[in-house]
Design a protein around this ligand. Structure first.
Ligand code: AMP
Ligand code: GLY
Length: 426
């Protein structure tokens, strides 16, 4: 079978790397395509130039190349309804419809769904004007959690320590600091606890757990400084033990999938629940409608089952026929090497030499690279995801950093303390 993966970051490199090992592709001489991909992905898939915003062009490519499954990596094309357009054209897709992708595309949609289905999450008020938002502050205690309603690449959330700070942030949000995404704002109760990520695959009806992870969102060591898309991650997240996973499935994930089906907008793909592990059990912080990046990289390093088989089953309503997927007992860790300036304006064009970083079994996923005159250069904020496994967190960390140290990337930087929480615990 031929498979097309859309996207060109570290998450998509990890997905392609795993899919390329799949029997579903190999068995009948099938091929893996990626659009637009990147130089790392080019080692395991054929790159094609397709604009995901041009639904007709993607459907046309699928028809011409007998694509049996499309995997949509990032959230933007999902929220934009690409999965709907492809399904209308009769193509199997791993990824939710536009309506179901609102779980990530609109904070208010998710909050309303949680209300309907009784899912534990922070209390909230949805505000459509600055005046209303300022008044609503009085009903919350500090710290205040303020969120731009739409997609804002993980940067639309402000946690304000004082009411004055909150008012200023609201003025900026309604003033257009997050563009369209800030035209509506959600104010939330602050939840104290440790955060962890939980993944589940669903075909709209059957739901299966698909691993746990934790990432480091802040740019600086000790989890300080501005938020990023994630500077490193590890899997499994041992704080999310079997009992908490069962509780998360029961109280959060099953009710969500059930409610979406009841509303006539069944969810197909991977559901990524950002959780706060509070004194009262796991509560939902947010949903994402795709794999985490870089969480996907560590999940794929541990996944033993055939990824294509599970994605195809999710896309075709056949998940109930498969056994639970298996993951290695090992811990996987990924360290993000970013370009100086990230998460502000990253320096572009910096030279990268891998110097045999993969020789000891580590895997270097490309997140923001391109080739220039046959050499590898940085072309994004997060540039490389150096990923390794080990029997425990320390071993995984030592292996990942040993590989990081081999990489020559003078205009890059990385955090030296990925996994600190887990290592302190062990
Ligand atoms: P989000 O984009 O909704 O994931 O929010 C980004 C980050 O803000 C989360 O990863 C949390 O660290 C923090 N956050 C969001 N909502 C809350 C909340 N209600 N209570 C505490 N922290 C939150
Ligand atoms: N690493 C966080 C995310 O993918 O949203």
């Amino acid at each position: 079978m031929n498979i097309l993966v859309l996207g060109g970051g570290g998450r998509e490199h990890a997905l392609c790397w795993k899919l390329a090992q799949s029997d579903a592709i190999a068995k009948d001489g099938g091929k893996l395509f990626a659009a637009p991909g990147n130089p790392g992905i080019a080692e395991c898939a054929q790159l094609v130039s397709l604009d995901a915003r041009d639904h007709g062009a993607v459907a046309g490519f699928c028809a011409q190349n007998a694509i049996g499954l499309v995997v949509i990596g990032p959230e933007a094309p999902l929220v934009d309804g690409l999965a709907d357009s492809l399904r209308e054209a009769g193509i199997a897709v791993f990824g939710p419809s536009k309506a179901a992708a609102q779980l990530e595309g609109s904070k208010n949609f998710t909050k309303a769904l949680c209300d309907k289905a009784g899912i534990p999450t922070a209390a909230y008020v949805h505000c459509t004007s600055l005046e209303q938002a300022k008044q609503a502050l009085a009903t919350f205690a500090p710290p205040f959690v303020l969120k731009a309603d739409g997609l804002a690449a993980g940067k639309g959330v402000v946690i304000a320590e004082s009411e004055e700070e909150a008012r200023e942030a609201l003025e900026e949000m309604f003033g257009g600091a997050f563009g369209e995404a800030g035209a509506e704002v959600v104010i939330e109760e602050f939840m104290a606890g440790e955060e962890a990520s939980f993944f589940a695959l669903t075909d709209g009806e059957t739901v299966i757990p698909f691993g746990t992870a934790q990432d480091h969102k802040r740019v600086g060591e000790g989890d300080t400084g501005p938020n990023t898309g994630g500077m490193g991650a590890y899997s499994p997240a041992r704080v999310l033990d079997d009992a908490l996973v069962a509780e998360t499935m029961e109280r959060i994930v099953f009710p969500t999938v059930r409610q979406l089906r009841k509303d006539g907008t069944p969810y197909v793909g991977v559901l990524y629940a950002g959780l706060m592990l509070t004194e009262d059990g796991p509560r939902l912080v947010e949903y994402n409608c795709r794999f985490g990046d870089p969480e996907c990289q560590v999940l794929m390093m541990r996944l033993e089952s055939d990824l294509a088989q599970y994605m195809l089953a999710a896309a075709s309503g056949a998940l109930s026929a498969l056994p639970e997927p298996t993951f290695a007992e090992d811990t996987a860790m990924t360290v993000v090497m970013a370009a100086k300036g990230y998460p502000g304006t990253p320096e572009k064009g910096g030279a990268i030499t891998l110097n045999g970083a993969e020789d000891t079994g580590a895997k270097v996923f490309h997140a923001g690279t391109s080739s220039k005159d046959g050499a590898l250069v940085a072309s994004g904020g997060r540039v490389l995801n150096v990923t390794a496994t080990g029997p425990d967190t320390r071993a995984a960390r030592d292996a990942a950093y040993a590989a990081v140290e081999k990489v020559d990337f003078p205009s890059g930087f990385y955090r030296k303390d990925i996994g600190w929480r887990e290592i302190e615990r062990s």
